[in-house]
Design a binder for this molecule. Structure first.
Ligand code: KIV
Ligand code: ZN
Length: 517
C-alpha cells in the first residue's frame, strides 16, 4: 500500500473561479470542514494577492492549523502560495507563522509560451528564481513545495533540469501542474513515472490537474498509478476555468477501486457530502444533479429495471454506499415539540460548533420551521445552521418583516422592514417589480441604500415534498464587486429576500459602519 496525501486547494485555486469571493469567516468555516474531512494539507490562499487572502490564511493558520480534530494526531498542514519573488515568500511565511505545521508553496512558469509572453525570462533566469525562492522558503519551514507552472507544455529536458535544481535547493515536494488541462492519461502517467524515478524516495511527487478536457481525475489517477504520492484537489472540482481535480471523485475512485490502485487516503469519506454542500452554499456554485458522488441523482434510480434490482440488493446498480459518502436517507430527527436542549444536541452531533447566541438564533429558526413543516430532517437542520442570513455575526442589516402581494392582473408589490445595525427603528420601504422576487430586491435595495444589481439567482429544494425548504443562492454586483448570498425558507420569496440581504451584508462587511448608507 502506498498512501496518497490529499492537498486541498478549494480555498486557493477554487476561490479563483469566476464570481467567488469568500470572506474570512466563510474561509474559516470551509477550512474547519476540510479538517473534519481529513485532508492532509489545506492550501489556504495566496497571501500576497490581497489583504483578504492574507487575513484568511492567517486566521486559518491560527485556528484550524493549531487544532486537532477527534481521532487525528495533528492538525492539518496549512499551506500558502507564493510566486518565486522574495516579497511573496515573506508575506506567505508571515501569514502561516501561527500554524503548528506549515508549508510554503512556491511556483514559477516554465513553459516556453509562459516564459516568453508573461515572464520574459530565459530558462536560466527561471531556474535561478526558483532555486532562490526554495532556499528562502526553507529558512521559514522545512516543508517546501515547488510547482513549475504549465509543466505539461514545458520541454521535458528543461522540466527535469529545474526539478533537479529545486530538489538540491531543499524542495521536499515537487508538484507537476497540468495548468491548462492539456495532458492525456497515458502520457501524463509516463511523465510522472519518469519524475518519480528521477527524484527518488526522499521527495514527494504531487500532481495538480485542471479539467479543461474533463480529464483531471483520470490524469490524477494515472499519476498515482505511476508513483505520485500527493494529489491536489478542490471540493466539487472548483477552480480556474473548468476547475481542478474533484476531491470527491478522486477520493472515491481510490477507495472504490483499491483492488487495483492500492493507494489509500486519510479522508473520512462520510464527511464528503457535507463538505460538498457547504462549499456549494458559500461559493454560490450549484452542484450539477448528475455530478459523480455528490450530485442529487448520484444514488437515485429511475428506470423500473434498475429499481427492481436495487430494492432487492443495492449492489446490483451501486458501486458505493450512499452512507459512506455521508448521503444518509432523509432522517426525521426533530419536531415542533422538541426543546432547545435536544436541538442543540443534534446540531452538535452533526459536527457544528455554534456559540450560545448562534444556537439561540438557529433554534428560533427551527421553531418557526417546525410550525410550517411536519418533518424536520438533518438536511433541513444543516440548511438552517449554514443559512447566512441568520449567522452569528453582527450584521449590518437584519430582516424584520416581509409582505408581498401580487397575482394575475396585479402588479407585484413588496414591503420590507429592515433593521440597520446601530439604529432603533426599522426602515420600511415598499416597491413594485417585474415579479415578487424583483419587487422584494428593489424594496431591500431602497431600505438598505446599497446599490446592488442581482446578477444570478438559483433556487433548489433541500428535501423532497411540497413543504420542502427552498434554498436560494444569489449573486449581486455592488460597485463592480460580486457578492454571494444564501437564504432558506419554506417560502421561496422569503428565502430570496434573505439571500439578497445576506449578499448585501457581505458587501457591507467590507464597508466601515460610518460609510454605510
Ligand atoms: O494550475 C496551476 O499551475 C497552479 C499552480 C500555482 C500550482 O494552480
Ligand atoms: Zn491550478
Amino acid at each position: 500500500m502506498n498512501p496518497v496525501r490529499i492537498f486541498d486547494t478549494t480555498l486557493r485555486d477554487g476561490e479563483q473561479a469566476p464570481g467567488i469571493s469568500l470572506d474570512v469567516g466563510e474561509k474559516l468555516e470551509i477550512a474547519e470542514q476540510l479538517s473534519r474531512l481529513g485532508v492532509d494539507i489545506i492550501e489556504a490562499g495566496f497571501p500576497v494577492a490581497s489583504q483578504g487572502d492574507y487575513e484568511g490564511v492567517r486566521a486559518i493558520a491560527e485556528t484550524v492549523g493549531t487544532t486537532t480534530v477527534d481521532g487525528s494526531d495533528a492538525p492539518p498542514v496549512i499551506a500558502a502560495l507564493a510566486r518565486c519573488h522574495p516579497d511573496d515568500v515573506e508575506r506567505a511565511a508571515k501569514a502561516l507563522a501561527p500554524a503548528e505545521r506549515s508549508r510554503l508553496h512556491v511556483f514559477v512558469s516554465t513553459s516556453e509560451i509562459h516564459r516568453r509572453v508573461m515572464l520574459r525570462a530565459s530558462e536560466d533566469d527561471v531556474v535561478r528564481q526558483a532555486v532562490a525562492a526554495v532556499k528562502q522558503a526553507r529558512e521559514h519551514t522545512d516543508d517546501v513545495e515547488f510547482s513549475p507552472q504549465d509543466a505539461t507544455r514545458t520541454d521535458e529536458d528543461f522540466l527535469l533540469r529545474i526539478l533537479d535544481a529545486v530538489v538540491d535547493a531543499g524542495a521536499t515536494t515537487v508538484n507537476i501542474p497540468d495548468t491548462v488541462g492539456y495532458a492525456l492519461p497515458h502520457d501524463f502517467g509516463e511523465l510522472i513515472g519518469g519524475i518519480v524515478r528521477r527524484v527518488g524516495d526522499g521527495v514527494v511527487v504531487s500532481v495538480h490537474c485542471h479539467n479543461d478536457l474533463g480529464l483531471a481525475v483520470a490524469n490524477s489517477l494515472e499519476a498515482v498509478r505511476n508513483g505520485a504520492r500527493q494529489v491536489e484537489v478542490a471540493v466539487n472540482g472548483l477552480g480556474e476555468r473548468a476547475g481542478n481535480c474533484s476531491m470527491e471523485e478522486v477520493v472515491m475512485a481510490l477507495a472504490t477501486r483499491s483492488d487495483l490502485l492500492h493507494a489509500p487516503t486519510a479522508i473520512r469519506t462520510r464527511e464528503i457530502a457535507r463538505s460538498s454542500r457547504l462549499v456549494s452554499a458559500l461559493t454560490g456554485y450549484p452542484i450539477q444533479f448528475n455530478k459523480a458522488v455528490v450530485g442529487k441523482n448520484a444514488f437515485a434510480h429511475e428506470s423500473g429495471i434498475h429499481q427492481h434490482g436495487v430494492i432487492q440488493d443495492r449492489l446490483t446498480y451501486e458501486i458505493m454506499r450512499a452512507e459512506d459518502v455521508g448521503v444518509a436517507g432523509a432522517q426525521i430527527v426533530l419536531g415542533k415539540h422538541s426543546g432547545r436542549h435536544a436541538f442543540a444536541n443534534q446540531v452538535t452531533a452533526m459536527g457544528f460548533t455554534l456559540d450560545k447566541e448562534a444556537i439561540g438564533r438557529a433554534f428560533l429558526r427551527f421553531k418557526e420551521l417546525a410550525d410550517r413543516k411536519v418533518e424536520v430532517t438533518d438536511a433541513d437542520l444543516e440548511a438552517i445552521v449554514t443559512d447566512q442570513s441568520w449567522g452569528s455575526r453582527e450584521e449590518a442589516f437584519t430582516l424584520v418583516s416581509l409582505e408581498v402581494a401580487g397575482g394575475t392582473g396585479r402588479e407585484p408589490t413588496a414591503t420590507v422592514r429592515v433593521r440597520a445595525d446601530g439604529e432603533d427603528a426599522p426602515r420600511e420601504r415598499t416597491a413594485t417589480g417585474d415579479g415578487m422576487v424583483d419587487a422584494v430586491c428593489r424594496a431591500l435595495r431602497e431600505a438598505t441604500g446599497v446599490d446592488a444589481v442581482l446578477t444570478d439567482f438559483h433556487v433548489a429544494a433541500v428535501t423532497a415534498g411540497i413543504d420542502a425548504l427552498g434554498d436560494v443562492t444569489v449573486k449581486v454586483d455592488v460597485g463592480g464587486r460580486r457578492y454571494t448570498g444564501r437564504g432558506v425558507s419554506t417560502d421561496v420569496v422569503e428565502a430570496s429576500a434573505r439571500a439578497f440581504l445576506a449578499a448585501l451584508n457581505r458587501s457591507a462587511r467590507l464597508t466601515p459602519r460610518e460609510d454605510r448608507p
